[in-house]
Design a protein around this ligand. Sequence first.
Ligand code: IPE
Ligand code: IPE
Ligand code: MG
Length: 261
Amino acid sequence: MEMEGFAPSGSREAELLQKIDESRLPRHLAVIMDGNGRWAGSRSLPRVAGHRAGIESVREIVESSARLGMEALTLYAFSVENWKRPRSEVRTLMALLKKYLRQELGQIHANNIRFLAIGRIRELEASVREELRHAMRVTAKNTGMHLYVALNYSGRAEIVDAFNLLLRERRKNGDTAPVDEEAIARRLYTSAVPDPDLLIRTSGEMRISNFLLWQIAYSEIYITPTYWPDFRRLHLLEAILEYQKRDRRYGGIQAPCEGKP
Ligand code: IPE
Ligand code: IPE
Ligand code: MG
């Protein structure tokens, strides 16, 4: 695909971009941003230095995904299990989130991106909630990419929340009809967008870590050894190219190749 100003001509990024089929981009990309601590450790730096460096990757992946024309990008930033970490690390992560929002909101808004925090947001500290609410308010009417940032997030908790919402509504309406998948899917945090086509996990761990359990039923999974702070536009393009080579069968059979009997 062609895209002016996306990558300098002759660069590896420009070369990869050429190979990407514009008509088969993932509509929704989800990312487990992992490996900040190991990135820092490999440089004999404290873990928080990895989180700080990871912000630059977030900036670049958000901007690139929007420019490529994706409908949704969901970033796993803080899980309900991450509270087990030392208090000082949690505090730094929350401070970095606020800093990121303050610094990047203008650019996010200028790129017509709609910012949405997902997870049990009410359990976050007040100053973080306020910053998130502000970002959501400012970008609420934007019509471009949905940027979901998963905070105090758990895939199981999301399904529980959807069930409870459904139960409340059914009690109110006196509805006793059987529940179907659609009824649950419509009450998930990301119900406004299609399920992720592509799930990327950085830093090599072969697990899901409680991320988007319902929505990734048929997502293509791409795991790269690259640590999150090193994961940039080039790596995103590599992942998309690999995704475009996959044969998504959804339980069916391979599409027949032309010329074959
Ligand atoms: C991802 O990097 C960031 C968060 C989970 C908040 P990690 O902090 O998990 O880094 P590693 O996995 O320990 O290297
Ligand atoms: C997953 O990474 C959560 C986020 C990226 C926010 P973790 O580092 O918390 O996951 P585990 O502990 O390796 O499964
Ligand atoms: Mg980790």
